[in-house]
Design a protein around this ligand. Structure first.
Ligand SMILES: Nc1nc(=O)c2ncn([C@@H]3O[C@H](COP(=O)(O)OP(=O)(O)O[C@H]4O[C@H](CO)[C@@H](O)[C@H](O)[C@H]4O)[C@@H](O)[C@H]3O)c2[nH]1
Ligand SMILES: [Mg+2]
Length: 216
């Protein structure tokens, strides 16, 4: 899936459209302090449940930042990364469908587009329900993420998904029980907190009604 054959590092150009590093200075309680931070895009993430086959839909993709973290936290120097010793699959994550807010559109419209581009389901924006809003990376970026929930059916499937341009995204499905088990997998699935939060929210708020509708 990853098909990565070569990897190397370089300095961050000042015109990166994705990450802008800063040092922020401030005086707190009479003491001058500073904080090194990253300006990154806010984002949306979507908990997707296919009601036809009763599965949650996730995406898997190679994440350079995760790969870098796995390699360097093992004590290895990234400058000499050995792809035999560190196969790229160790940088593949399991995530909710998600995307950055980099267009002048409503956040729910951006969520709708990500559902189509990454997972292949074509749904009206009204079917995407806002769940909660939180800050990610509070030590480094503090960026906002809005989490949504959307139920889809097999009839909504317009494409195979997989992302746009040169994105390489696998769409994967887990039953409710398998999703519950995923929560215990830890570093094996390399998931961001948003994914684990999305599964927890679904198990708490939606799964009981789906598994035992007579009780509700
Ligand atoms: N970040 C970045 N750096 C580059 O240098 C870089 N170079 C190219 N790109 C391109 O930008 C696009 C980003 O894709 P998305 O809009 O789908 O956003 P995600 O990467 O899915 O990120 C979301 O979901 C994550 C999981 O919840 C959250 O952690 C993030 O906060 C959240 O934004 C892709 O076409 C990628 O090829 C870069 N993107
Ligand atoms: Mg994405």
């Amino acid at each position: 899936m990853e098909n990565i054959t070569k990897m190397w590092m370089g300095p961050l150009p000042a015109d990166s459209p994705y990450v802008k590093p800063f040092r922020l200075y401030y005086v707190q309680n009479g003491v001058e302090k500073n904080w090194d931070l990253l300006k990154v895009h806010d984002s949306v993430a979507v908990i997707l449940f296919n009601t036809t086959r009763r599965v949650l839909i996730f995406v898997r993709q190679f994440r350079p930042a995760v790969f870098h973290s796995v390699v360097t936290s093992s004590g290895s120097d990234f400058g000499e990364v050995d792809l035999q010793k560190f196969p790229p699959k160790i940088g593949v994550t399991l995530e909710l469908c998600a995307g950055i807010v980099d267009k002048n559109k409503s956040w729910s419209e951006i969520a709708r587009e990500e559902v189509l581009e990454e997972c292949g389901y074509d749904v009206a924006v009204e079917r995407i329900e806002e769940v909660m809003t939180y800050r990610s990376g509070v030590g480094s970026s503090g960026a906002l993420q809005v989490l949504y929930y959307c139920e889809v059916t097999d009839d909504d499937r317009a494409t195979k998904g997989g992302g746009v341009d040169d994105e390489m995204i696998d769409v994967v499905e887990y039953t409710i029980e398998e999703s519950r088990e995923l929560m215990k997998q830890g570093s094996k699935i390399n998931s961001p907190p948003s994914c684990l939060l999305g599964i927890s929210w679904f198990l708490m708020n939606k799964a009981p009604k789906l598994v035992c509708p007579s009780k509700y």
